[in-house]
Design a binder for this molecule. Structure first.
Ligand code: NDP
Ligand code: GDR
Length: 328
């Protein structure tokens, strides 16, 4: 039976990937950090089908033991300090986890069993100040945040372990992908949740930063398939995963408010607090290689994604309100 170890299983992508691999018949193991509460909300309905192990990308010995105990055929390294603004506030922690953490897990695999297939969650943030459009696997990197710099280190270590030790190590250069499980601090979910609360009369404004930023947004459920396809290929390689279409934050907000019959301009306030020391103004990826070599393509459109997120948040907010009323 094929088995997979997912780091970052409690995150957005971890939850979608765990479900995807279970449906493929995998035995799924996840690494989780110890916390004083149980923050496993996204995988709550999967916990009886997966095996969770405590571990941390900061702890080399624990990673070595984990790989040895689980003996997976595939490892997906999704764990990271993944929020760009936090990386400006905590650049050293971000480097320890998002950059050096990749080397730690690669070392654990090399030491225990170098035949394990490895997926690294690289990012379009590595392109940063873009030097060409659309971005491909060959576009030079110019990261604009400690997060982007850390991901670039992890990317090149993955390439280096492949070239040095002949390991089946792949790096997926994924562009922004969203879903109803997206963390609340990322702009898309911040908007969809606020729209739902405004529609229910619980909030009357939404403060955002750079409305002109352009992103190539796709659906997380589509993107985890690309991760898996990379590890099923004949040879290990790096792939851009994106939709090939870009939209501004303003467009996202407009569409999200429209879904609830609201005029976004009445509620959105630009607040400089949400500007970054250096931002990535535009990103748009060319997914041609993933399409040709892996047969992958996105299924959910931008509009469907926005609608899905607003609809789910509306359901969630209504359910929360109902629960509160029942408790009164
Ligand atoms: P999330 O922020 O939702 O999840 C991050 C995960 O990493 C969580 O499970 C978190 O655990 C875990 N984690 C953080 N620090 C550590 C640590 N020190 N040791 C072990 N685990 C840790 O991210 P996404 O699911 O959105 O993204 C998955 C990966 O893909 C990340 O590496 C991200 O940088 C990358 N990526 C994401 C893109 C996107 O658009 N979503 C695009 C390109 C790349 P906990 O729950 O305990 O906090
Ligand atoms: P990003 O995602 O930084 O691209 O990283 P995020 O949704 O945080 O920002 C996208 C763009 O929106 C602008 N923006 C705001 N962003 C946030 N969070 N909050 C706001 O109020 C706001 N207003 C405008 C930002 O300036 C930015 O330009 C995500 C993460 O998932 C990374 O881990 C991943 O690697 C990349 O996507 C690809």
């Amino acid at each position: 039976m094929r088995s997979a170890l997912i780091t970052g299983i409690t995150g957005q992508d971890g939850a979608y990937l765990a479900k995807f691999l279970l449906d493929k018949g995998y035995q799924v193991h996840g690494m989780v950090r110890r916390g004083s509460t149980l923050p496993f909300e996204r995988i709550a309905d999967l916990t009886d089908q997966i095996t969770l192990h405590q571990g941390d990308l900061l702890d080399q010995m624990a990673l070595n033991r984990l790989i040895e105990t689980v003996g997976p055929t595939e490892v997906y390294n999704l764990a990271a300090q993944s929020f760009v603004p936090t990386s400006f506030d905590q650049p050293i922690l971000t480097g320890e986890v998002t950059a050096l953490g990749v080397t730690r897990i690669l070392e654990a695999i090399r030491t225990v069993d170098a035949n394990i297939r490895f997926y690294q969650a690289s990012s379009s943030e590595m392109f940063g100040k873009v030097l060409e459009e659309p971005q491909t696997e060959k576009t030079p990197f110019w990261p604009r945040s400690p997060y982007g710099v850390s991901k670039m280190y992890g990317h090149w270590m993955t390439v280096n372990y492949r070239e040095s030790y002949n390991m089946f190590a792949c790096s997926g250069i994924l562009f922004n992908h969203e879903s109803p499980l997206r963390g609340i601090e990322f702009v898309t979910r911040k908007i969809s949740y606020a729209v739902a609360r405004i529609a229910q009369g619980l909030q009357n404004e939404l403060r955002l930063g750079n409305l002109d930023a352009e992103r190539d947004w796709g659906f997380a459920g589509d993107y985890v398939e690309a991760m898996w396809l990379m590890l099923q290929a004949e040879k290990p390689d790096d792939y851009v995963v994106s939709t090939g279409k870009k939209h501004t934050v303003r467009e996202f907000a407009q569409l999200a408010f429209e879904r609830s019959g609201l005029d976004w301009e009445k509620y959105v306030i630009v607040d400089e607090k949400f500007y970054r020391p250096a931002d990535v103004n535009t990103l748009c990826g060319d997914p041609a290689k993933a399409k040709q070599e892996l047969g992958w393509q996105p299924k959910v459109s931008f509009e469907q994604l926005v609608h899905m997120m607003v609809d789910e948040d509306l359901k969630r907010v209504k359910a929360e309100q109902k629960l509160k009323q029942e408790q009164l």
